[in-house]
Design a protein around this ligand. Structure first.
Ligand SMILES: C[S@@+](CC[C@H](N)C(=O)[O-])C[C@H]1O[C@@H](n2cnc3c(N)ncnc32)[C@H](O)[C@@H]1O
Length: 427
């Protein structure tokens, strides 16, 4: 008997009443950049399902006949869903009603990559009544696909089988942050580590993931000139971006991190699509004994900012016009003196870049976040550092800044009195 293939994975694409016909006529599933991180994981041969969000119907089983690609059919859905996969139908297409409750019960969300066990469990709901499970699964994986979908009547899954929550067998891809407060309880996400969570000063991987998905496209080039344990490199590899990462002292065993001083980056001008820097914040961490380590200089001295400005100027040189630099930095309080490291670095960044956003990153996993230190901070009237800044800066086009007179902003004012009156009338 033939075995099921090595890679068994499935994905659920969503559609609405207005986009469903196009999916089935073109035999093409698509999504927007918002869900691009899920789409780029689809490979030829994966099982696919189509969920109509309006009717709550789930259609299956489909198979990807191509790896995902940008704009296989650029005019499909008026260009709104460029992350696309070509599909074929495996036999007649079964329709499952009340699909959202089925998926919720199985723990499948709009961001789930469903592994082998999960896929086989999900497939059970699509099995013809007269076929034993194993036989059907094996025939399904060998089946020649149809270029058109013949849709069968609806099934009610409640009568077909018991649902179990898929826990180990689902990998969630992260979600884009929507506000300017990005809080990441864990250093990494997903099934593979990103960077080394034991590395002093390691960056939350999801922070880099957010920059990558907001400001780059697949295959773009990302550079991290002070990459420490390589978090940026690992995130970019999974997200289909090229990455070049340097450090003054690459960790042992990471041949993919190049040794280089960030004050002189060996790349051409205007050649990079995104730069991420999580620089030292002063001399509070002993990264290594390298003489050129900027983390040996106190952030209470002007030299620290002068040296970082050399890195900033290099970043400006290699970045393409209109592209983004993300710089993560925190303030310092030591021996009764506060140093606004963030503001000082921001002032230097503003000499070269326009500001896109300033994001607040709560500090998690700090050595000082213990009862002992919390108590000291209260008793001795000082504060422990609670957050860092992520400065999101854009390389401006020469002479392209809008003047205040050119900017017309029309606010919609929320009339509190009117709202309060309406509420009163309703009650
Ligand atoms: C906060 S850590 C970066 C952490 C990293 N993003 C990660 O997730 O592991 C700062 C890094 O800057 C590096 N560094 C300090 N001075 C440097 C220089 N002149 N050139 C390149 N890297 C430097 C240090 O070796 C250290 O690894």
């Amino acid at each position: 008997m033939e075995e099921t293939p090595q890679r068994v994975m499935s994905f659920i694409f969503a559609c609405t009443d207005s986009s469903q016909d196009e999916c089935l006529k073109r035999m093409l599933f698509g999504t927007s950049k918002q869900y691009g991180a899920l789409a780029i994981r689809v490979k030829k041969g994966d099982s696919l399902f189509l969920l109509n969000l309006d009717t709550d119907l789930l259609y299956g089983v489909f198979r990807a006949t191509s790896d995902w690609k940008l704009n296989i059919e650029p005019d499909a859905w008026k260009g709104n869903y460029p992350y696309q996969v070509r599909v074929e139908a495996l036999g007649e297409v079964v329709t499952i009603a009340k699909a959202k409750s089925l998926l919720k019960g199985m723990g499948i969300t709009g961001l789930s990559v469903i592994g082998k066990k999960g896929t086989l469990k999900l497939l059970e709901f699509f099995r013809p009544y007269n076929k034993p499970a194993k036989e059907w699964q094996e025939s399904l994986f060998r089946m020649k696909g149809n270029k058109e979908a013949t849709i069968l009547g609806q099934r009610n899954w409640e009568f077909l089988g018991k649902i179990e929550k898929l826990t180990d067998d689902i990998e969630e891809v992260p979600q884009l942050q929507a506000t300017t407060l990005w809080d990441f309880p864990r250093q990494s996400y997903g099934k593979t580590p990103k960077g080394d969570n034991k590395y002093a000063g390691v960056t939350p991987a999801e922070l880099i993931w957010n920059l990558v998905w907001r400001y780059t496209e697949p295959n773009d080039l990302v550079v991290d000139p002070m990459c420490g344990s390589g978090t940026t490199l690992d995130v970019c590899k999974e997200e289909g971006r090229k990455a070049i990462c340097y450090d003054i002292s690459p960790p042992n065993g990471r041949k993919d991190i190049l040794k280089n001083d960030a004050r002189k980056i060996p790349l051409e001008k205007d050649s990079v699509d995104l730069i991420f820097v999580d620089s030292p914040y002063g001399d509070n961490i002993r990264y290594n004994d390298e003489h050129a380590n900027i983390g040996n200089i106190s952030s209470e001295s002007k030299t620290f900012y002068d040296e970082l400005e050399k890195v900033i100027s290099e970043c400006h040189r290699i970045l393409r016009t209109g592209k983004v630099l993300g710089w993560l930095i925190g303030d310092q309080w030591v021996k009764k003196r506060f140093t606004p490291v963030g503001f000082e670095v921001y002032n230097r960044l503003c000499k070269y870049f326009d500001t896109v956003e300033i994001i607040c990153i709560p500090r998690r996993g700090q050595y000082s976040h213990t009862g002992f230190w919390f108590n000291r901070a209260r008793r001795l009237n000082f504060y422990l550092r609670g957050y860092k800044y992520l400065f999101v800066m854009r390389k401006p086009q020469e002479g392209k800044k809008q003047t205040i007179e050119e900017r017309k902003v029309s606010w919609t004012f929320n009339d509190r009195d009117k709202n309060a009156k309406n509420k009163e009338e309703q009650t």
